[in-house]
Write a protein that binds this ligand. Sequence first.
Ligand code: C2O
Length: 610
Amino acid sequence: MSHVFFSYLPSTQPISQQAFKTQTIQPHGFKVSCNHSPDDHINNQVILPEPQNLTPPNIHRRNLLVGLGSLYTATSRTPFSIATAAPITTPDVTFTCKDALSEANNLTNSVRSRKCCPPNIGKKVKPFVFPNEKTVRMRWPAHQGTFEQVDKYRRAIQAMRDLPDDHPHSFNNQAKVHCAYCNGYYNQIDSGFPHIDIHIHNSWLFFPFHRWYLYFYERILGKLINDPTFALPFWKWDEPSGMRIPEIFIPENVNGKPNPLYDVYRDARHIKEVVIDLDYDRKDKFVPDEIQIAYNLCTIYRDLIRNGGDTISFFGGVYIAGDSPVSNNDPSVGSVEAGSHTAVHRWVGDATKPLFEDMGNFYSAGYDPVFYIHHVNVDRMWKLWKDLGLPGHKDPTERDWLNASYVFYDENEELVRVYNKDSVDLKKFKYDYIENSEQVLMWQASRYAKHVKRSKSGPNKVHMTQKVETVDELKFPVRLNKIVKVRVKRPQVDRTKAEKAKANEVLLVKRIKFDSRKFVKFDVFVNEKVKEGEMMTMSCEPEYAGGFAQIPHYDLKNMFISSSVRLGLNELLADTNTEGEEYAVVTLVPITGCDDLTVGDIKIELVPVI
Ligand code: C2O
């Protein structure tokens, strides 16, 4: 057996869960049956009058196809699109990619190339075939690698860096895969929308796209060192001992040679011995490590359980052919993507660079080896979420999700088309995750503190309040250049246990329009009773519903893009003792990049748990 070469980072003292008023997760073993679709609920109406002059109702094409055809003019789509509901289909990436547009787009100050298209080596797109090898690649925690694991990983990345630049497997070309898919270099020509780009963030494509990307990346690395068992590490930021940048990525040189895992564009303040902040908003909190760790565990609990209670809330919203980043359909961003995932990007990226390279901008993130390792853990979150087996924790089954497809260079330099439907079963991929079976995942026990009685505020006050504008008549869209408070009517009060088992109460913050070139973050509190001049509570406090956060996109065409976010209220209302209140008081707190951000609508819905 190989010995542990890289020592563990300083082990963290066990946290007294009591100190942070966390409580054990409640059993969720009930059986659920519900045939309603979200649209069936007559109780869903918000609240206060909806403005007439605003964007037309969001009518999904699927609804149109099942008989609401007469309403089609209410969408931003053409009748043509209505007749052809189709999954997002990536075209042949070597023919339709937009480097020319990127060059014409005068972006200064970028430290990485803006030419992101893959090389054309004359290959035709082929169907994907699952691997038939006997062995399973076991992905390992990056802070606990054995000498052998770390050595192989370093050699493989070095071999990738040594490839000629125009090789499809070269380090730069692998980084560009992310840039091209995230910044609109491909269009929806194969689904009949040549003028609409493809984006794989802020929707239900987020998990499957990155899973495929890493699947090929891992196999390419294995092939480069001729090792069919090669497995990637993961940055285990969900466990206290893994909540720092893994040590193997830090030194500039190892044994007198450049460390292939090193990247020069990282935030120097966060490189060593600093516990990551999974709610990071570009300000360091300077709290003791054990408090930051407890906050992080609450954040993961929030991403996977509190706000990830149904398929769409966890994966992100429906995104199909004809949807653009500025369409009225504005798919919601999934709970992990908007939460810990985005925080890690911005925490690692170099804040002294105007574009926050590498991790802090989608176009450049792939140039930092830690990006892949971060995303391996994001991929693991998908697995852990499913393995929790809670009602609502199911992969999407819609045809438009199952049949969405991407094109990648595989480990044999073949261009292959891969589908979401083939991404759900890890067994077929022949990789898995090394878990410590004795270790109870600490975040599972990190449900927020329940207030013993209605309390005005808790101990962890972070935000200074700015001027608060109370919007009683919903004057949407509202601009978030100040704190905004809105009363939102709930569909039902005092729901019984059986009713809660059938449907989750979800807060929807919709039609968020923001400048895609900026870091954006606002926080959402529910039933937080602070007054102007007081401070807001955060992180493990039950009033904190979560946030909406974005990494700069530098989209080629669209400066303003549109999205939405879904935040779970079941536990929040229970833990703040406000289940009986007819209205929820929703407070939106701008944190960064929100001066020109507008919110189009806020409502509360009952989302059936299937
Ligand atoms: Cu494609 Cu973390 O981003």
